[in-house]
Design a protein around this ligand. Structure first.
Ligand code: G4P
Length: 530
């Protein structure tokens, strides 16, 4: 076998993905079950950080420790059956930040977890939009079928109408709530029945599989239930969408799975389908320095990757931050010397680490799809491309509309210099956005509250500057494209500039935003800037 053949084999084995959901839909529970079914946990119910997730921002390290395995790193690697899983951490709740969006760009596909009683919620919608923009295919996991939720057909229609994507049920639930007892595998025309025991959830669930038209299946259901089930399956065949992997990868259709992550019903079916459907690392678009568009092939091209996240102070003894790099092509080896296109500088990637089998480990070798963390003594900024040639850049990371705004000032005016230095560093890292008004006032902006907490904590911890935080009442924003001189502002909105001097408008309500958009038909307003 040649080196390229070996590389191809490694690439084909990898599934790098993120789980997106609204808080409480069950992302943590599903991740935990993936660990259970892959043999990394012997008993589920051990992952920390669900309850009591609200940690004091005053203790950054404790915050990380308390939030357990999904927080200590940007990605976790382990094997499930014969594939290698890289699951990216896309925090929700109060951990939600611009990092969540940026991390999503490092995924090759996403699992969208939806609570069956709630349907498509706000944060899911936002994250789904990022997937659409980045052409990331999405699988839908409709969770909590063990509780009485909404009708499965309704839920699928909601996915279609709200997210503007076709849906295709890969399985169909047999009963719901207390009567949720199995699923129909539509492709094989088989039923999987589950045995509910007091241990359901903490261990793998026993499955009993029978053909849909078998005597065993009929014996498990009343005549009425069986008849209804057949009617539903027939309806799906006649009136439902069709499914092809090609359409799924093109983002035209999302395969839907009904399950309960808590009691492990339908979970194994989902994981098995997932490793089959989810794509392995593929070509990524890039631009040569002269602007020419090229594609970087994971197998044919030598090592390349990009920085999607910087995290400061993971090790309190060092001031350095950690840069998380998604490998896009070629084989990575410890101590590899690469070029950062932006700095035109050579960098040795020493002390690379990752999360393997739940432990922080040194990475000796990595392949496309893998995430490596490297110590960053200010060599990297968010979005930097690194490669052997140093002559191209991957697509820039998008910037997202901030929804939280505040003034942050040093308590002691004598600390202004240290404050400015710290702020500059945080902005470089992409930890916070800074907006400027016409009068030269500074407004700090974020997509998640945690960003402000981290900013204040790091200014105090690393730059010894205590700050005064004053929240502002603005609720949303947009970048504005067009002639700024003809822009008609509403009374409460405010025109500002971002750090690259792109004009933006900040609004105190979504209503005001819509009103302003309507009043300015010759201007374009964008929520995500590429
Ligand atoms: P998140 O990461 O998306 O925020 O959600 P998480 O997994 O933490 O789940 C949120 C709550 O929903 C948890 O309950 C969890 O046990 C519950 N849950 C997750 N999946 C299912 C499911 O399939 N069925 C049912 N009935 N519940 C589910 P909690 O009370 O907030 O926490 P805990 O005390 O159970 O840890």
């Amino acid at each position: 076998m040649t080196e390229k053949d070996l590389l191809k084999k490694e690439v084909e084995k990898r599934r790098t993905f993120a789980i997106i959901s609204h808080p409480d839909a069950g992302k943590t529970t599903l991740t935990e079950k993936l660990l259970l079914y892959s043999g990394m946990l012997t008993t589920a119910g051990m992952v920390k950080g669900r309850k009591g997730r609200k940690a004091a921002a005053s203790d950054w390290m404790a915050m990380e420790q308390e939030r357990g395995i999904s927080i200590t790193s940007s990605a976790m690697q382990f094997s499930y059956k014969d594939v290698i899983i890289n699951v990216l951490d896309t925090p929700g709740h109060e951990d939600f930040s611009e990092d969540t969006y940026r991390t999503l760009t490092a995924a090759d596909c996403a699992i969208m977890v939806i609570d069956a009683s709630k349907g498509v919620e706000k944060q899911t919608l936002k994250l789904f939009e990022v997937c659409r923009l980045r052409e990331i295919p999405v699988l839908t996991f409709i969770n909590k079928m063990d509780l009485y939720g909404r009708n499965p057909i309704d839920l699928m229609s909601e996915v279609e109408n709200v997210l503007k994507i076709d849906s295709y049920a890969m399985n169909w639930p047999i009963g719901s709530g207390k009567e949720f007892q199995g699923i129909v595998d539509r492709r094989k025309k088989q039923c999987q029945f589950f045995l509910r025991t007091p241990k359901s959830g903490s261990q793998k669930t026993d499955i009993f599989t029978y053909p849909l038209d078998s005597a065993e299946t009929k014996s498990k259901l009343s005549e009425m239930e069986y008849k209804e089930l057949l009617e539903e399956i027939e309806l799906l065949e006649l009136a439902g969408n069709s499914f092809s992997i090609k359409d799924f990868l093109a983002g035209k259709v999302t395969p839907v799975f009904f399950a309960s992550a808590l009691i492990n019903f339908g979970v194994e079916f989902f994981f098995d389908a997932f490793i089959h459907l989810a794509p392995c690392p593929h070509k990524r678009k890039a631009n040569l320095i002269d602007g020419m568009e090229i594609e970087i092939d994971p197998v044919k091209d030598p090592f390349s990757g990009y920085v999607f996240k910087l995290q400061a102070n993971m090790d309190k003894r060092h001031r350095d931050s950690t840069a998380f790099i998604r490998i896009c092509s070629g084989r990575f080896e410890k101590d590899l010397v690469v070029k950062n296109t932006r700095l035109k500088k050579q960098i040795r990637l020493s002390r690379p680490h990752g999360m393997l089998a739940g432990q922080r480990t040194t990475i000796e070798i990595g392949y496309p799809g893998d995430i490596i963390g490297v110590i960053n003594p200010s060599f990297f900024s968010i979005g930097d491309t690194i490669s052997l040639s140093g002559n191209f850049n991957f697509k820039p990371l998008p910037q997202f509309q901030p929804e939280l705004f505040a003034r942050i000032q040093p308590k002691d005016v004598g600390k202004r210099k240290a404050f400015d230095k710290g702020v500059h560093q945080l902005i470089e890292e992409g930890a916070i956005q800074m907006l400027k008004t016409d009068q030269g006032d500074l407004i700090f902006a974020a997509v998640g509250q945690l960003q402000f907490e981290v900013m204040q904590y790091r200014l105090k911890d690393e730059y010894k500057v205590e700050t005064i935080f004053t929240p502002l009442s603005y609720k949303c924003s947009a970048w504005i494209l067009g002639d700024i001189k003809t822009f008609k502002k509403s009374t409460t909105s405010r025109l500002v500039k971002d750090r690259h001097d792109h004009p933006m408008v900040i609004f105190d309500s979504t209503f005001d935003k819509q009103y302003t958009i309507d009043k300015n038909p010759d201007h374009r307003f964008v929520d995500v800037l590429f």
